[in-house]
Design a protein around this ligand. Structure first.
Ligand code: NAD
Length: 387
């Protein structure tokens, strides 16, 4: 149970790049990082427009002399201060992630980077090397993974409650971009431009969230080969896809299916995962994140609820209130940010941190998955050996 008492000597000083006024994801980063007194936002280059970014920063109570025109100036000036930033959040469009994360690591800062971490596997491997060299961690915000019922699912698979895993059925398919909303929406416009989004749209925008959940719930399954078909139903989005279907085979003979889409008209919440074992199945749905279905063949379906006594102990560690208190995405992100803070603190103090969190390897593996999907799709939806 989390009561909000401090877990570090003092909050880690953090700066932010992107996530400015009108940006989609900046607010949840700021709120989740500030929860439990783990981080203090003290500097920023919040916007592609520096004036707007400074005005925004003042409204966040960031001191004027720590509002910068861009990340380069922020890293340069902050490192000369005794109370300079120790970590940075990167919440910009995709094409900036690699260069900002690289510069941050070279300036000995921990990084919390939005997904997809980079455009290419080679860039992601470079960040991993830099992270090892500078002993600074890179966290990636697969924000749905901090829910307690994801941990419960992981423990159930680990303890054999489902039997050997046979099938993982995943969906992240929303309907918000069923027409060319990018004509009047800045946050969607860059997502359909390969120069700013990278080699994919929905695979990297939504699909990798489901892939990360499958990695956390079934860590022993490794993809051996995959096949992907991708389409642009809104033609102007080509070569980037607004819909894709991936089939992947795993090392133990299991099979995975993932539908990634932003043109699933009428769907408001798109993320679901079903893990099917020889004896039983689990299903988790973003729409009811506090619940996990457990279906044993031949028995009535059970719905497990966060906070309940029957859960594995590690699935109860992040509860924030009584069982009947509803929690949501902000709590899931806060749970991850608490782990980010503890992992940063541990490495800075020569200690071990053993709890899982989405790290540089997870960022790298997500980029690898995108690269393999694109290779298969652009080769006529053929099977490719996973590399
Ligand atoms: P957005 O377009 O809504 O906001 C981007 C922000 O970055 C804006 O404030 C913009 O001014 C700022 N920006 C752009 N260039 C900049 C620069 N050079 N320097 C400083 N700031 C700059 O985008 P978004 O939807 O918030 O997405 C941002 C990132 O977050 C993307 O990588 C996206 O994939 C990711 N994202 C992740 C999740 C998640 O669940 N983890 C959800 C949404 C978005």
């Amino acid at each position: 149970m989390i009561y909000g008492e401090k877990t570090l000597d003092r909050p880690i000083r953090i700066g932010m790049v992107g996530g400015g006024r009108g940006g989609q994801i900046g607010y949840i980063h700021r709120i989740a990082s500030a929860r439990d007194f783990n981080f203090q936002l003290v500097a920023g280059a919040f916007d592609v427009n520096p004036e707007r970014g400074k005005d925004f920063g003042l409204n966040l109570h960031v001191k004027e002399d720590r509002l910068y025109k861009d990340y380069k100036e922020m890293f340069e000036k902050e490192k000369t201060r005794e109370d300079g930033i120790e970590a940075v959040i990167i919440a910009t469009p995709n094409f900036l992630h690699y260069e900002i994360a690289k510069a941050a690591l070279e300036n000995n800062l921990h990084v919390v980077c939005e997904k997809p971490m980079t455009f290419t596997v080679a860039e992601a491997e470079d960040l991993k090397q830099l992270s090892e060299k500078h002993k600074k961690i890179v966290c990636t915000t697969f924000g749905y993974s901090g829910y307690q019922m994801i941990e419960q699912a992981r423990q159930m698979v680990k303890n054999g409650d489902l039997g050997p895993i046979r099938i993982i059925n995943m969906v992240y398919a929303h309907g918000y971009h069923n027409v060319a909303v990018e004509k009047h929406n800045a946050s969607t416009k860059w997502r359909v431009d390969p120069k700013m989004a990278g080699p994919s749209y929905v695979l990297g925008d939504v699909g990798i969230h489901a892939i990360y959940l499958s990695r956390i719930i079934c860590p022993d399954l490794k993809i051996k080969k995959l096949m992907c078909s991708r389409q642009s139903f809104v033609k102007s989005r080509a070569p980037l896809e607004d819909n894709a279907m991936t089939i992947q085979e795993y090392n133990n003979g299991a099979i995975g299916y993932l539908w990634s889409s932003c043109v699933n008209s009428g769907s408001m919440y798109g993320l679901k995962i079903r893990v099917v074992g020889e004896k039983a199945s689990l299903e988790w749905n973003e729409e009811h994140p506090y619940a996990l279905s457990y279906e044993v063949q031949g028995q009535p379906k059970q719905t497990m609820i966060k906070g309940a006594d029957y859960l594995y102990p590690s699935a109860k560690e992040d509860d924030r209130g009584a069982t009947d208190v509803v929690e949501g995405l902000f709590e899931s992100w806060s749970n991850l940010y608490a782990r980010f803070a503890q992992a940063m603190y541990a490495i800075d103090h020569g200690k071990e941190y053993n709890k899982w969190y989405p790290d540089v390897n997870d960022g790298l593996e997500a980029v690898r998955w995108i690269e393999n999907c694109v290779k298969s799709a652009d080769n006529g939806a053929t099977w490719v050996d996973y590399k």
